[in-house]
Design a protein around this ligand. Structure first.
Ligand code: ZN
Length: 335
């Protein structure tokens, strides 16, 4: 995920974009490939794909464009870091409690368990559904109260209404800030109050090594999947958009390797008040039609849910487990 549009090159003594860095490297002006957060912060960054020659046609299809990413997870931003100051100003807030996670100070309890993955709830009235973290931790009473089921008398039957704020977008934001090295002093716990790591539930579909060129994922396990993606129009109907991860994933234990995708219908998006997202995807689909090679035709996609095998060879986004429509489980971040 490229959250840094530009980085400070200690070799050139100026700010460069990842593409510029790649170009300067090919010219021999950058040798070490050392970058940092900004001129007053030594937080180290590396430029992925720095050494790849993107004037080679084959490489443009084989590799992601260059991008900056933190070089050391344990590094800290300097006290006066301009980037951190700017970002903290923007994000210095308390997150609202949601179905996805509860926040208590620097502790986040994620509605996740190792076996089943994320528990994703809907706002539909439900008699006895999945929710309820195990509150045997140190959670404050006020918070328990806030989070507990609300009972409503409907006729003679009692119906429980789940407190339904969907924290998907907030969780993506927290993760992004963590990746940037901004939100580092937080602790995560799962719904059983066991310590949790972001890597357990945020799965990078880009990560492919020589040993395992495809990300291997469990079928039907709800997680956050993210990675490079693109959108294109359906051949049959130009209003319908196909949203696809750029990389293939493999289903654990099965011989299915494919790029997971989903179909975006404008009417559903409008109904879910996600017209803004639809318009954005449309913009990307137009760009993709014009030029598949440029960075601007791609984006980072966050999808919450799982993948299902379709017609024995395709992988579709699966949202039947999540109880929430697909439109509520998608976010995109520009490259
Ligand atoms: Zn910094």
């Amino acid at each position: 995920m490229s959250v840094y549009e530009e980085a400070y090159s200690t070799e050139l003594k100026k700010y460069v974009s990842a593409l510029e860095a790649n170009y300067e490297y090919s010219k021999g002006n950058i040798k070490l490939g050392k970058f940092q957060c900004c001129d007053n912060c030594k937080f180290p960054l590396i430029c992925a794909n720095l050494k790849i020659d993107f004037t080679e046609r084959l490489n443009t299809t084989k590799h992601r464009r260059p991008y900056f990413t933190p070089a050391d997870r344990n590094a800290r931003h300097s006290k006066n870091c301009n980037i951190k100051k700017r970002i903290v100003l923007r994000y210095d807030k308390k997150y609202e409690q949601s179905d996805t996670f509860l926040e208590e100070g620097k502790e986040f309890r994620v509605n996740y368990d190792p076996t089943n993955g994320l528990v994703i709830n809907s706002s539909r009235p439900s008699t006895n559904s999945a929710i309820s973290f195990q509150n045997n931790g140190n959670m404050k009473n006020s918070m328990k109260k806030k989070y507990n089921f609300q009972s409503k008398q409907v006729g003679t039957t009692k119906k429980h209404i789940i407190q339904s704020r969907n924290g998907f977008k907030d969780m993506v934001e927290i993760f992004t800030l963590y990746k940037m090295g901004i939100l580092t002093d937080i602790s995560l716990y799962d719904r059983n109050n066991n310590p949790l790591n972001f890597n357990s539930f945020f799965i990078n579909t880009n990560r492919a090594s020589k040993v395992s060129p495809f990300k291997i994922v469990d079928e039907g396990k709800n997680l956050f999947y993210y990675g490079q993606a693109y959108a294109h129009f359906s051949k049959k109907d130009k209003k319908i958009i196909i949203l696809k991860f750029s990389n293939k994933v493999k289903i654990n234990g099965k011989n299915i390797i494919a790029q997971p995708y989903t179909i975006i219908f404008p009417k559903l998006m409008q109904k879910s008040r996600r017209k803004g997202l639809y318009n954005e995807l449309k913009k990307y689909a137009e760009r993709f039609e014009k030029n598949k090679k440029v960075r601007d035709s791609y984006f980072t996609l966050f999808f919450r849910g799982s993948f299902e095998i379709y017609q024995g060879k395709y992988l579709r986004f699966n949202y039947s487990n999540s109880q929430l429509p697909i439109e509520k489980n998608i976010e995109i971040i520009p490259n």
